[in-house]
Every structure is written in structure tokens, then in C-alpha cells.
Design a protein around this ligand. Structure first.
Ligand code: AHR
Length: 312
């Protein structure tokens, strides 16, 4: 049922829609894929929140392809959904399809990643971390830990993705302040353990014991790198420091095991906030353009105490 029809038929222009009215609505969710533990936690958060609030959720997994996301959004529009939740795989190329959603009066909430569009009114709100800040946190931690001297290899996220661009920028801005710190190699590990391991193997083959530290844009790639370091005969967390981003439970376990040194939090549990934003729009209320998730860095020394309270 279209939201605007529902609102009209219930003559609710001056009254807030009730939870029961929301339960009749349908939301489309275009997810990137299932490349990391973090992303699976995000999917689960949105699915369970939809169920809790009684929405019908149409879910589409894009298998890492923007063209699949664009197709999914067009299909949601054709089916007359009341709102769309989009986790955009890359930053650019969304203008046309979001214009189509706007023309159909369907609010679009971005979760976890930002986009670059000519007109920011094409989406309702972005619920995401500040990825530049996350990169800075990782860089500052490493600078402190190495007294500003380190040969660093970097495992980047997927090409063109907002967190890959911004985490690289934030980390780079921090380490360039230390002449003794150098990023000696940087390549995409496509957010996955398998690719992270493969790229780290190549870095080790080329640079071996010259590498002092790994900076991975997510935990899954760091966990793959840890495996590569062990197979190379070095000790991750000691011979080569490892810092990453996400804060998933497996990363906490790697810190407890002494193999990962630090991980920056990034909140994937965005379901409640995404539905809150949509409901505010359904009620005609203003929604913040960027609902920022606050992050901090977690270090090995605190991991054992924290691991049981990790939610994902
Ligand atoms: O957009 C958030 C990033 O995407 C997470 O850090 C990563 O694990 C995921 O795949």
C-alpha cells in the first residue's frame, strides 16, 4: 500500500501515523552483498527490525554489483513500495535512479555508506559512521605505538566505495604528519578474508620482514592478512602490527589471541535508526541529513574484558 494513499485515506494529515498503520507498509532494502561479518550483521539488523515493527520487507542482495542495486530499486518502485533502504556499493552513479524514486514519492534512506549526487534532496538521510575519522583513529594509534616510525602496507576496501576512499584519506592525513611513517604498498582486498590473505601474501613476498604494520580497511581483510603472516613464518601482532576497522567479534577474538592489535568500531546495527528515519518522514517530520555513528578504537589490552559484550 502506498504511504501517501494510506495517509490520505486515514485523513491523518495533522495526526501522527500509528505503529499499526506502519505495519501495513512495505519497504525495499537493497543490500550490497555478504562480503564481511559486519555486513551480515547489518542485514540481520534491518531484517529483524522490519519484522519487529511489522513491515513487509523486500530484500535484494546485489552480489557487489551497482547494476543489480539499480535494478532492485527500479523493481521496488514498480512494486509501489513505501520506502527504500539502500546500502550503496559505490559512491557515484545514483542520480538517475534516485530521481525515479523521488518522482514516485518514495523516501530513500542510505545506510552505512554515502553517495555523491548533484542534488542531496534525492535521498532522505544517511545513517553512517565518519569513515575519515575512523582512518584517523587507526593512524593515530599506529603512530603512537611505533613512535612515528613504520613501513605500512594497506589493504583497501572495494574500489569506489565511500569507506574505502575515506578510510584511506583519514589514515593518510594522520601518517603524513610523521616523516618516519610510510605506506609502502596499498591494494584492494575487496573487503574479504580470502582476498585480504592473497594480497598480504604478495606484500610479504615483495617486502618480507621490512613490513612493520598492516592497516586493513576492515576486520575480515585483517584476519586474512593475519593468516598470511603466520604462514610466512612471522608473528602477527608482534613482528607485524595489525590494525583494522569494524570491531566484529572475530576481531576481538584475534586480539584476545594476541594476533590483532587494534580495531576501530563501526556500527552495523542500523535497523532501528533506518526505520525511525523512515517513520519520521512518513509523519512529515524533518530528518537529519547525516545521522552520524560515533566510533572509537578498541585495543588488544581491553579485548578479553570486552569480547562477551560484543553484539556482532
Ligand atoms: O560500509 C562498511 C564496510 O563495508 C565495512 O567496514 C565492511 O566490513 C563492509 O563490507
Amino acid at each position: 500500500m502506498k504511504f501517501r494513499n494510506l495517509a490520505t485515506s486515514l485523513a491523518l494529515s495533522a495526526t501522527l501515523l500509528s505503529a499499526q498503520a506502519f505495519a501495513e507498509l512495505t519497504i525495499g532494502f537493497s543490500q550490497i552483498g555478504a562480503e564481511s561479518a559486519w555486513r551480515s550483521a547489518e542485514t540481520e539488523s534491518i531484517k529483524s527490525e522490519a519484522e519487529k515493527r511489522g513491515y513487509t520487507l523486500k530484500f535484494s542482495d546485489a552480489q557487489q554489483k551497482q547494476e543489480n542495486q539499480i535494478k532492485a530499486i527500479r523493481s521496488f518502485i514498480a512494486q509501489g513500495v513505501d520506502g527504500i533502504i539502500l546500502a550503496p556499493v559505490v559512491e557515484t552513479g545514483w542520480d538517475r535512479v534516485l530521481k525515479e524514486a523521488k518522482a514516485a514519492d518514495i523516501p530513500v534512506v542510505l545506510v552505512d555508506r554515502g553517495i555523491k549526487v548533484k542534488d542531496n534532496d534525492l535521498y532522505l538521510s544517511k545513517i553512517a559512521s565518519d569513515f575519515v575519522f575512523e582512518g584517523k583513529l587507526a593512524g593515530a594509534w599506529l603512530a603512537q605505538e611505533t613512535n612515528g616510525y613504520a613501513n605500512i602496507v594497506e589493504l583497501q576496501g572495494g574500489p569506489g566505495a565511500a569507506p574505502a576512499i575515506d578510510r584511506k584519506a583519514g589514515f593518510g592525513q594522520m601518517v603524513e604528519q610523521f616523516p618516519g611513517m610510510e605506506i609502502t604498498a596499498s591494494q584492494t582486498g575487496e573487503w574479504t578474508r580470502t582476498k585480504g590473505k592473497e594480497v598480504m601474501e604478495a606484500f610479504l613476498k615483495a617486502q618480507g620482514e621490512e613490513i612493520d604494520a598492516v592497516y586493513a580497511h576492515n576486520d575480515d581483510m585483517a584476519l586474512g592478512a593475519i593468516q598470511a603472516i603466520k604462514e610466512f613464518g612471522l608473528m602477527p601482532g608482534k613482528d607485524i602490527l595489525v590494525v583494522s576497522i569494524d570491531g566484529v567479534k572475530a576481531a576481538f577474538q584475534a586480539m584476545v589471541d594476541g594476533e590483532l592489535n587494534a580495531t576501530v568500531d563501526c556500527n552495523p546495527l542500523l535497523g532501528p535508526l533506518a526505520f525511525d528515519a523512515l517513520e519520521m518522514a512518513f509523519n512529515g517530520k524533518d530528518v537529519d541529513k547525516w545521522i552520524v555513528q560515533k566510533d572509537k578504537i578498541n585495543v588488544q589490552q581491553d579485548a578479553a574484558e570486552m569480547i562477551d559484550s560484543r553484539m556482532f
